[in-house]
Design a protein around this ligand. Structure first.
Ligand code: ZN
Length: 342
């Protein structure tokens, strides 16, 4: 890299991280000059990330990689959208140590991940390494995770769903394998270009995360959003994608599963009728089938599931994520390099 004259062009430190930070390890300058301590002028100190040059006195926006997080204050079981703008190459990074899978998105890059339902309240670190006009920059962010507020509920269903007959066990195992195969799609960039929308406009009868006991026995957590609806009411695709499952499962009944790319899936359970074929490409709002009461249900409704980065997440939060590239949108935490300005 060209040597810079420190007196003519001041540099500032965006983030000073302890050496050994995984996100930084591959980008920490090494070599004779770093090891000997006789650095060339302008050469970075190991472990120090140099963002760039400060604009001379007049206030001028500092360009360079910027990190945005949605939602700014997630709860356990929420999807999390990480957006990087102003980067010149695919970033890398982690949320709570879990690697992010970035893809090119809008005029920058994005990655979709999720918080586990067991996530404790508090701060979750986000570390992203991105290249701007030169050296890699470490962008550090924090997700402030609030209380989940999951409810406790008692439900009554037919006993065969709580204590499945022996003959059914093999079927349930086949269902499990079918889901695993459907969720094993190769990672691809988003197959959609707009924000997600409700699969039907209806009252939420059970939100994501309810802790349920069925017939006072089986304890489960509700990994979806239940939407009211009479048998025969239409169900539509929440966004563009590909059908990766059309199947009659024991617990979820007639099921459609859509793959949206970016490690994101939506699931539509208990349908009375399915109107799409496995492998079909669907558009947002396209009919998938009809509400029903197939599988383990207390009555007809649509169970809408969302999976992000291998975890079931709250679909109501997915609907609030802005994928359309508005980093300053309400509810978005932005970590701008300019934060380090004097
Ligand atoms: Zn449900």
């Amino acid at each position: 890299m060209p040597a810079r004259n420190p007196s003519a062009s001041r540099v500032f430190v965006l983030a000073l991280l302890a050496t050994g930070t995984p996100a930084l390890a591959g980008n920490t300058p090494t070599g004779p000059s770093a090891a000997s301590g006789t650095r060339a002028p302008g050469a970075p100190t190991p472990g120090v990330v140099v963002q760039g040059e400060l604009a001379p006195l007049k206030v001028k926006p500092v360009d360079g990689p910027r990190l945005s997080l949605q939602p700014a204050n997630p709860k356990p079981g929420d999807p999390v959208l990480v957006t990087v703008s102003g980067a010149s190459a695919l970033p890398s990074g982690t949320v709570a140590g879990r690697p992010l899978r970035f893809f090119a998105w809008s005029d920058g890059y994005a990655a979709l991940t999720s918080l586990p339902v067991e996530q404790v309240e508090g701060s979750v670190p986000v570390d992203v390494t991105a290249s701007g006009r030169g050296l890699p920059v470490l962008l550090s962010g924090v997700l402030h995770v609030g209380a989940p507020g999951f409810r406790e509920r008692e439900l009554k269903v037919a006993n065969k769903y709580v204590s499945p007959p022996k003959a059914v066990k093999a079927r349930m195992e086949a269902d499990r394998k079918a889901f695993a195969a459907a969720f094993a799609q190769p990672f691809v960039a988003p197959l959609f270009g707009q924000n997600f929308a409700w699969p039907r406009e209806a009252t939420v009868t059970a939100p994501f995360g309810d802790r349920r006991s069925f017939n006072g026995k089986l304890q489960t957590q509700h990994f979806g959003v239940d939407l009211d609806g009479a048998t025969g009411s239409p169900v539509v695709a929440a966004n563009d994608g590909t059908v990766v499952m059309v199947r009659d499962n024991y617990a979820s009944g007639n099921t459609v599963l859509l793959h949206h790319g970016a490690g994101l899936y939506t699931a539509y359970f208990h349908l009375s009728r399915i109107d799409v074929k496995d492998g079909a490409t669907v558009k947002q709002g396209e009919a998938l089938g009809l509400v029903g009461n197939t599988g383990r249900v207390t009555g007809p409704h649509l169970h809408w599931g969302v999976k992000a980065d291998d975890r079931w997440v709250d679909g109501q939060t997915l609907l609030k994520l802005d994928f359309t590239g508005a980093p300053e949108a309400p509810g978005v935490a932005t970590n701008a390099p300019g934060l380090g300005n004097p």
